[in-house]
Design a protein around this ligand. Structure first.
Ligand SMILES: Cc1cc2nc3c(=O)[nH]c(=O)nc-3n(C[C@H](O)[C@H](O)[C@H](O)COP(=O)(O)O)c2cc1C
Length: 203
């Protein structure tokens, strides 16, 4: 069998790869999609770190994924030292897992961040307005924001302070792995973009 049939639709391995990217684009644009919030892993020397992020963009032709973050965060600092990155997506409704591996390009203070920053809502700008860096310890349980900022009592002009902390991580996907859990037999495929080679795998 050189195809996989899902909901009566047969996919060749090339069609499956295209469909994975359609699902990723959908994940980026729809907050209700399970692919909207992948887990992203980075390396801190020998130690692994993993966390949830919001998928903001997926570019099928460029094989690129993007998420936003605070440039003071651990993940940003880790990626500055080691650009190796992996992202994991799982949709429980379709029982599909997608795992990508790649290299991170960090965008800060460039046209990509400027354009994305313009589109961020006041509410999400709050994430970039803490005085203390993310992950710094506190003697009290706090968001790190003043009461005014917490309650969104600030102007658009005041929110611009956050731009200096706003960064975008672009994942240049080097390989992607698809796994479908199916009662009649699981299926798995590997898409190697470095060697331009798509192959089925034993799950
Ligand atoms: C649903 C959800 C979405 C999140 N989205 C982001 C995000 O897009 N960017 C981000 O930096 N942190 C996001 N976070 C917070 C991270 O998971 C993490 O706790 C924080 O960024 C600190 O990670 P770090 O210390 O590894 O840098 C999100 C958390 C949750 C639960």
């Amino acid at each position: 069998m050189n195809e996989v049939t899902i909901n009566s639709i047969s996919y060749s391995i090339d069609e499956l790869e295209k469909d994975c990217w359609i699902q990723l684009v959908n994940g980026a644009v729809k907050s209700s999609s399970s692919f909207h919030t992948p887990c992203v892993a980075t390396l801190n020397n020998e130690s692994l770190s993993i966390r949830t992020v919001v998928l903001r963009k997926a570019f099928p032709l460029l094989k690129e994924l993007r998420f936003h973050t605070d440039i003071r965060s651990n993940k940003w600092i880790e990626l500055q030292k080691n650009d190796s990155i992996s992202a994991l997506f799982y949709d429980a409704s379709t029982r599909v897992q997608i795992r990508v591996k790649g290299r991170a390009i960090l965008h800060f203070n460039d046209t990509i961040t400027a354009e994305a920053w313009q589109k961020t809502t006041l509410s999400s700008r709050r994430c970039y307005l803490t005085e203390a860096s993310p992950s710094s310890f506190s003697t009290i349980a706090t968001s790190g924001l003043s009461a005014e900022i917490e309650q969104e009592k600030f102007t658009l002009a005041e929110s611009e302070m956050g731009a200096k902390n706003f960064g975008i991580v672009s994942i240049q996907v080097k390989s992607m792995e698809w796994l479908w859990l199916n009662h009649a037999g699981h299926r798995r495929a590997f898409f190697d973009y470095e060697n331009d080679c798509f192959r089925w795998m034993i799950p």
